[in-house]
Design a protein around this ligand. Sequence first.
Ligand SMILES: Cc1ncc(COP(=O)(O)O)c(C=O)c1O
Length: 464
Amino acid sequence: MTIWVPELSGEGPRYRQLATAIGRAIESSELGPGTRLPPQRRLAHALGVTVGTITRAYGEAERQGWVEARVGSGTYVRDTRQRSGFSHVGTTREDDGWVDLSLALPPADVERDAALARALASIQTDPTALTHALDYQPEGGLDAHREIYARWMTALGLPVAADELIIDQGGMNGIFLALSTLARPGRRVATERLSYPGVISVAGQLGLRLVALDQDDDGLAVDTLATRHDQQPFDVLYVMPDHQNPTTARLSEARRNALVAFARERDVWIVEDGVQHLPVSERGTPLYRLAPERSVYLFSVSKILSGGLRSGAMRVPAAVRERMAMVVRNVSWMPPPLIASVVGHWIASGDADHMLARQFEELEARATMTRAALSDSDLRMRPGGFYAWLALPTGQRAARVVERLATQRVKVNPAESFCVGSEAAPQAIRICFSAARDRAALSDALARIRAVLESPGLQAWQTI
Ligand SMILES: Cc1ncc(COP(=O)(O)O)c(C=O)c1O
């Protein structure tokens, strides 16, 4: 059998030439996701280099996030498209009869258009706002913007002072800034075994190693943290205590206290992701209130006002504010002031509260529809949440269900898409009922999901 043999550039150490060639081949799709790289001995022979050079090159390619080594099995091209879950934004959403329930997108609210027009009209006639919008501003955003964000967050049950905030460009930007600030390349970041794919992707890009932590029905298994930290010391713990993505679990107060005690004892930073925002009655005490000295809280308007504006705020402990500001400068110098002015206008005018209340109402109606349509299933969902986590009955395979749903033009994510480590994923799927264009489209998709779940032959692949 022939093997893949790249052409090396001839520049720099051989192992690095090979690692670069692997990356290029993946980028150009010459090597597709899941492809096994050639056995090291055979490639060494073909390229006329030592096996040690190949080992080093594969190690470098792994460090760059291109490939993953599987013990006893070889080195494989990582399936970053599926893992990051971002490749289909806007491609299948309701085209050709598809209903895409794979992304945690907020329900579209037509009232937002008029609210945006009002905000822009107001900015247009306000000389101070225009100057602010057009000039360079401080890394953390204008004082006025931090104040209005602080006011709104506090009203939403996230008490924070303006000088603790850095305005950013939403949740992904916050994750990138926080991890860049709190962990050096090569160090470890820990999160639940099933976690938000964005953090997996950012960690890979920053050269951080991920530690997959145990979780159960009640969220992160906090009592296992110390043992995991003994085995694989990590600098940062990334968690979603109020609405775990994808499982919807919420951490109890007891677990929050134990988590904070662990973080203090081991001197671990906490990144608390609150982007999947729930009503205050559905949330616990924010970790940053329990351990302000070591917690970054990520708040974003993406899931509550608009995903397109790209605006959010990070609550940052004083000790790292300067470092974080430097990272902001490196990435984008500052958050765009015009965008923060739009959000500020929405907050000050009451539009933001109004839109959020409408959204919660819409989500409640959709949750009720989902529960009714899938009443026989093991569903987990939270009031104000975007998605349901559906654990399949014993014997059913998530991959099979997802494949069958695709034949019915419904897209959902299997647990596999959220896997941090290389362990087997549970047989479960995430259904983002928030993402359907409207309730009629959701109702249609739910009927198709129900029909698929009741169809025979979901147990095993038909194969010989
Ligand atoms: C848990 C979590 N964090 C962060 C993000 C990214 O948020 P943003 O769109 O504000 O970048 C998402 C988006 O789905 C998310 O679910």
